[in-house]
Design a protein around this ligand. Structure first.
Ligand code: FAD
Ligand code: SF4
Ligand code: SF4
Length: 399
C-alpha cells in the first residue's frame, strides 16, 4: 500500500519527486502521483511543504494476536543431521521466550529424525513438534510448506525463527504468505521492543548502509530468517528434557510437484561449507591473481577446512560468490580464520569477527585487519603460505 497524495492540497512543487529514493513519484498535470514502486519509506511526507502526502492508516490487526502464543524455531536437517543454525536459534529463541514468558518449541520435520529431539531440549527447547515420514526425507518446498503451515494453523505460535539458509530463504516467505503474515529476512540481531513487547528484528537495509529494526504489530506469527553464525550455539545441557508432540503429516506424494531424482554435488562441498567449518582460509585482492588461490585451497585442504574470499576477490571473478565472507556474503564463526591478503574492511569484518582465533597475513603492517587479528604475519602472502603449508604438513606427519 503506497502513501497518498491529496490532489486538492498538492501545489505541484516537485519536492517529493527529487526526494523519493525509489523514483516512485511522477508528476501528472502538475500533481504528484505515487506509483507501484513506493515502499512507504515516508521520505516524501516530511518534504512536502503543504502536508499533502500522508501515510495510509494502519489496518486493523489481521489476527487476534492474543490467540498466538509461544516461540518456535524451525530446525533444518540434512541427511538426518540438524544444522548448527537450528541450535543457534534455539539459544536466541530461549531468550525471547523467557522475556515474553512463553514456551520455546523446536519444529522438526524429516524421516527418522526423532532422535534429534533430545539435542533440541539440551539446547533449550521446552517442546518439539515432530512430523516424521518418508515424504519429508529430503527437503521439498511443497511438503515442508504444507507441514509448517498446517502446524501454525493448529497451534498458533507467536514467533517463528528460521535460518537464513538456502532452504530457510525458500521456505520462510512461502509459509509467511500462506498464513498471511510478514517476514523479516536475513536478520543479524533480535530483541524485544520495550514499548510494544514485540520481537524487534534487525537487518541491514539500503545495500547494507543502515541497520533497520522491524516490528510486526498486526499479523501473526511474527516471522524472520536469521543468518547462520550470528549467534553462538548454546552449551548443551543434557539434563534438560521436554515434550515431543508427534503430529501426523498431511502431505501426500501428489502434493510434491518437484521430484528429486538425484543429489549431485556440483562443488567441493567441504571447501564451500563455510558456515559449519572449524577452519577457514580466506583470500583477498592481495592474492594478486586467481591462480594464486591454489595456495589458499591447499592450506584449507591440509587443515580440513573451507575456502573463503573477500568481495574484492569475488568481484574480480577469482572465486564464486558462494565463498564470499562479509556483510553481503556469509557470516562465519570458525575456530580459526586465516585472512590472506585481505585489508580488513568493516564489511568483511562483519562476516568473520566472531571467529574464535583470527590470523592475518598482510604485507602492509598498518592494514586494519591486524587490529582484529589475534596473530599477525607481516609479509608477502605468496612467500608465507607455502612455508605455512609445509610446516603444517610436517606437524601432521609427526602426529
Ligand atoms: P583490498 O582492500 O584491496 O585489500 C587487499 C590487501 O591485500 C591490502 O591490505 C594489501 O596490503 C594486501 N596485500 C596486497 N598484496 C599482498 C601480498 N602479496 N601479500 C600480503 N598482503 C598483500 N567486502 C567483503 O569482503 N565482504 C562483503 O560482504 C562486503 N560487503 C560489502 C557491502 C557494501 C555495502 C560495501 C559498500 C562494501 C562491501 N565489501 C565487502 C567491500 C569492502 O568494503 C572492501 O572493499 C573489500 O572487503 C576489500 O577486499 P580486500 O581486502 O580483498 O581488498
Ligand atoms: Fe517514494 Fe518513500 Fe514517498 Fe513512497 S513513501 S513515494 S517510496 S519517498
Ligand atoms: Fe505536491 Fe507535496 Fe509533492 Fe510538492 S511535495 S509535488 S506539494 S505532493
Amino acid at each position: 500500500m503506497a502513501v497518498i497524495v491529496d490532489k486538492e492540497q498538492c501545489i505541484g512543487c516537485g519536492a517529493c519527486v527529487s526526494t523519493c529514493p525509489f523514483g516512485a513519484i511522477v508528476m501528472e498535470e502538475d500533481k504528484a502521483v505515487i506509483t507501484d514502486a513506493c515502499t512507504v519509506c515516508g521520505a516524501c511526507i516530511d518534504v512536502c511543504p503543504v502536508g499533502a502526502i500522508t501515510r495510509p492508516a494502519a489496518g486493523k490487526p489481521a489476527a487476534d494476536t492474543s490467540e498466538y502464543q509461544g516461540v518456535w524455531v524451525y530446525i533444518e536437517q540434512f541427511q538426518g543431521k540438524a544444522r548448527n543454525v537450528g541450535h543457534e536459534l534455539i539459544g536466541e529463541g530461549r531468550k525471547l521466550a523467557d522475556a515474553m514468558k512463553q514456551e520455546l518449541a523446536a519444529v522438526l520435520i524429516g524421516d527418522g529424525v526423532e532422535a534429534l529431539a533430545k539435542d533440541m531440549f539440551a539446547s533449550g527447547a521446552d517442546k518439539v513438534y515432530l512430523i516424521d515420514g518418508t515424504e519429508y526425507k529430503h527437503y521439498s518446498t511443497d511438503a515442508y510448506t504444507i507441514a509448517i503451515t498446517d502446524l501454525i494453523r493448529t497451534y498458533k505460535p507467536s514467533v517463528i525463527l528460521m535460518g537464513a539458509t538456502n532452504d530457510g530463504r525458500d521456505l520462510g516467505p512461502r509459509v509467511a504468505c500462506r498464513v498471511g503474515t510478514g517476514l523479516t529476512a536475513d536478520c543479524t540481531n533480535l530483541g524485544i521492543d520495550e514499548e510494544t513487547g514485540l520481537v524487534a528484528w534487525t537487518r541491514p537495509a539500503f545495500g547494507g548502509n543502515i541497520m533497520a529494526t522491524i516490528l510486526c504489530p498486526n499479523h501473526r506469527p511474527q516471522m524472520g530468517t536469521v543468518r547462520p553464525n550470528v549467534f553462538k550455539r548454546p552449551e548443551p545441557d543434557m539434563s534438560r528434557n521436554g515434550e515431543v508432540i508427534r503430529v501426523a503429516g498431511k502431505v501426500k506424494a501428489a502434493d510434491i510437484r518437484t521430484k528429486l531424482i538425484e543429489i549431485l554435488s556440483l562443488t567441493d562441498t567441504a571447501s564451500c561449507n563455510l558456515e559449519e567449518a572449524e577452519f577457514i582460509v580466506a583470500g583477498g585482492r592481495g592474492m594478486g591473481k586467481p591462480e594464486n588461490f591454489t595456495l589458499i585451497e591447499e592450506l584449507a585442504t591440509v587443515l580440513g577446512g573451507a575456502v573463503g574470499a573477500s568481495r574484492a576477490a569475488v568481484d574480480a571473478g577469482w572465486k564464486p560468490a558462494i565463498h564470499q565472507v562479509g556483510q553481503t556474503g556469509k557470516t562465519v564463526a570458525p575456530k580459526v580464520y586465516i585472512a590472506c591478503g585481505i585489508s580488513g574492511a568493516i564489511q568483511h569484518l562483519a562476516g568473520m569477527s566472531t571467529s574464535d582465533t583470527i590470523i592475518a597475513i598482510n604485507k602492509d603492517v598498518s592494514a586494519p585487519i591486524f587490529k582484529s587479528a589475534d596473530f599477525g604475519i607481516v609479509g608477502d602472502v605468496l612467500e608465507v603460505l607455502p612455508v605455512l603449508i609445509e610446516e603444517i604438513k610436517k606437524l601432521k606427519q609427526s602426529c
